[in-house]
Design a protein around this ligand. Sequence first.
Ligand code: FES
Ligand code: FES
Length: 161
Amino acid sequence: MTAIRLQINGAAIADEVLPRISLADYLRERHNLTGTHLGCEHGVCGACTVLVDGEPVRACLSLAVSCDAREVKTIEGLANDPVMKALRDVFHCHHGLQCGFCTPGMLISAHDLIRRGLAISEAEIRRGLAGNICRCTGYTNIIAAIAEAAAALAKGSLDAE
Ligand code: FES
Ligand code: FES
């Protein structure tokens, strides 16, 4: 076992983990943060996307030990984030999900795109979401939802933290 200290959704954690456990398994099994979904488990689908030190990463490809001294944020940790709240609303209005399996990863990637000012056109949103696979929606409604949230943010009707 390896000792680690990290922050998860703002809480300081000191723990001991198996060196081989993935960040996704650690979050889901040890902390019950099951909003981090596991699809392909080899870095292709994006369902497991979380933020590590503010950057989107594949939790299935990251080791928990590699997050020592780092800050991890999952979809649960963004529950009260104003951009995420807006994204949830527009996903709802545009029917941007069906089974919902891809949705946490989609939302975290969309949140990152908006925060970095990259959700400026349909083409840019599609490029930014290239690492997130959805088997249900055909993407059109997801793109429309993100574009609406980005436009609202640009107009100042949302207040990004
Ligand atoms: S489960 Fe991690 S990328 Fe698919
Ligand atoms: S809503 Fe089912 S995989 Fe995207």
